[in-house]
Design a protein around this ligand. Structure first.
Ligand code: SF4
Length: 225
């Protein structure tokens, strides 16, 4: 036991010699922020608490932090993977061509963009539009969980495989998600294609249309109960 204790003490001394107090300061700052953001009472408050986050490397390369946009009391939350180039510039999720397509998809099932809430799994842009890495997702996803807790939506629409696998912490294929009604923390959730994928492969639009029609029917059913 005392050997283990000595090893731990030596490891701490080594870390201090290498990193100085910086490592300890970073851990303390992060722990304080984690505690405080859980106390946020509104999305605005949460945004203010986390907008300077640098808990993962994406915080070093972002232009703007992309919190989310829309109705703070939305009945529907749309979740994507992470900001792209235009989102990073503007600080708003789903702008540009993919964003316009998402707006059109929502409109086709009778949701206005500002009626729903739109956000991403990670709040900072992965360089070169790569997928967020598992440690980046695990650092950032508590913020999304808190957003969902504050909004209390009736339904979640997850767009894209990365968003779905991150939300459910699984490694499934998109085909295994699509068409199914899942539950995330008691909230009915469906998964469809990411609008950027639909721009690359317009043949998938028909499948997306089937998915979102089902989403709307289920939403109407929930509302009528
Ligand atoms: S991606 Fe999330 S965890 Fe990483 S720096 Fe940005 S806000 Fe923080």
């Amino acid at each position: 036991m005392s050997e283990l204790k000595n090893k731990i003490i030596q490891a701490l001394i080594d870390q201090k010699n290498i990193f100085g107090d910086e490592l300890l300061e970073n851990i303390t700052r992060k722990t304080k922020m984690e505690k405080s953001f859980q106390d946020a009472k509104s999305l605005d408050e949460l945004n203010k608490m986390i907008c300077n986050c640098t808990n993962c490397v994406l915080g070093d390369t972002r232009t703007k932090f992309v919190f989310g946009t829309g109705n703070p009391e939305a009945e529907v939350v749309v979740i994507g993977e992470g900001p792209g180039s235009e989102e990073d510039q503007q600080g708003v999720p789903f702008v540009g061509r993919a964003g316009q397509l998402l707006t059109d998809i929502l409109k086709a099932i009778k949701f206005e963009r500002d009626e729903v809430y739109i956000c991403n799994i990670v709040k900072c842009r992965p360089p070169g539009n790569r997928n967020p890495l598992p440690d980046e997702v695990s650092e950032c996803i508590p913020y999304l969980h808190k957003q969902i807790e504050l909004i209390k939506p009736k339904m979640i629409l997850c767009v894209g495989l990365v968003a779905a696998n991150s939300l459910f912490n699984k490694k499934e294929s998109l085909a295994n998600y699509r068409g199914n009604v899942l539950e995330f923390r008691g909230i009915k959730t469906m998964v469809t294609y990411h609008p950027a994928a639909l721009l690359r492969n317009p043949n998938w639009k028909r499948g997306c249309w089937e998915d979102v029609k089902k989403f709307r029917s289920l939403f109407d059913e929930l509302k009528s109960n």
